[in-house]
Ligand binder design. Structure first.
Ligand SMILES: [Fe+2]
Ligand SMILES: [Fe+2]
Length: 337
């Protein structure tokens, strides 16, 4: 490895470091940010720091045992899939970080990597309390639909991560917009539908969802828009980005509908799922500066459930009550554009 990767006194000024391409000096200086959204997101991530041990899981096993058979299946199949998302995202982020030139953006990605590991740990803590950790983490071996969703997500991550061009890096960022903004959403909704029946799972998902939607999604939306702004991107690359989110919508609905048909529970329908995922996809497109392409419906019940749990003032745990002032910080503008 060239020592200039670590220290390059003749490198470009910190304020000139672009996301793609360049030669940084090697310093991480939070007082000199080219973008500002990067250090805002970093502060917001830090302010929202939480640990799985702070969620009360002492009654999880008892609560789980009181669920109906279908509810238990939904619980297990949801965590089996969500836990894959976070495991894959940690590995992907380490690879994506290597494609990045701007050192401050890399620092924010480092913190995101830590948070994804924290999410993996939280699934282990929750499922251990529930007494079905081994079973849930092995479900991919026995369920084709679960295996297929995981594989398709992995394929999308792998498609452009080798880098080599700015267009490939942009599409690689798109894979993460999909991960943070699409692939978790029906899983979150399913756990919120179970809600008070499994408060341990609900609270754990609440904290994970805040990380994914309040900071990780804005981070990758900003990365996507900044790469586009700083470089000349080919038209067919943007076409590919649209194709990727269209694929993501199909992947999310395929698994969501599979669970709905196989393990019907109260509170959702096929149409509701479609409207929800289409609305989310349109929102993600707008967030990255592209045009919405899906049929838009009024905000759905499932969206409202997810949004309700993103609010900071309804948190009941002591840990969060003691950090209310920190949460105020997370309302700062995370978008420079
Ligand atoms: Fe995560
Ligand atoms: Fe994330």
């Amino acid at each position: 490895m060239n020592s200039k990767n670590y220290y390059n006194p003749k490198g470009e000024d910190i304020l000139d470091e672009k996301i793609y391409g360049g030669s940084p000096t090697g310093f991480v200086d939070f007082n000199r940010s080219k973008y500002q959204w990067d250090s805002n997101i970093y502060d917001s991530m830090n302010a929202n720091t939480w640990f799985p041990s702070e969620v009360n899981t002492s009654t999880e096993k008892k609560n789980f045992n009181q669920l109906t058979d279908n509810e238990q299946a939904i619980y297990k199949m949801t965590f089996a899939q969500l836990s894959f998302n976070d495991s894959a995202q940690e590995e992907y982020l380490s690879d994506f970080r290597r494609l990045t030139n701007n050192r401050l953006v890399k620092s924010v990605l480092s913190l995101q990597i830590m948070q994804e590991v924290n999410h993996s740990k939280s699934y282990a803590v929750l499922l251990d309390a529930c007494g079905n950790s081994d079973e849930v983490f092995n479900l991919y071996k026995y369920d084709d639909a679960l295996n297929t969703k995981n594989q398709k997500i992995a394929d999308q991550f792998a498609s452009y991560i080798d880098g080599g061009s700015v267009d490939k890096m942009l599409l690689s960022a798109m894979a993460s917009v999909n991960l943070e903004g699409i692939y978790f959403l029906l899983g979150f909704s399913y756990i919120y539908l179970l809600g008070d029946k499994v408060p341990g799972a609900r609270d754990m998902i609440k904290f994970i969802a805040r990380d994914e939607l309040n900071t990780h999604l804005p981070l990758f939306s900003n990365i996507f828009k900044t790469i586009q702004k700083e470089n000349k991107i080919q038209t067919n690359t943007i076409d590919s980005a649209y194709k990727m989110i269209d694929d993501a919508v199909k992947i999310e609905l395929e698994y969501g509908k599979y669970l709905l048909h196989r393990y019907p529970i109260m509170g959702t329908t096929e149409e509701l799922m479609e409207q929800t995922v289409y609305n989310y996809a349109n929102d993600r497109l707008k967030k990255i500066g592209l045009d919405p392409i899906f049929t838009e419906a009024p905000t759905t019940y499932l969206q409202k459930l997810v949004t309700k749990h993103l609010e900071m003032n309804d948190v009941k745990s002591n840990f969060f009550e003691s950090n209310v002032s920190n949460y105020a910080k997370s309302s700062i503008n995370l978008d420079d554009f």
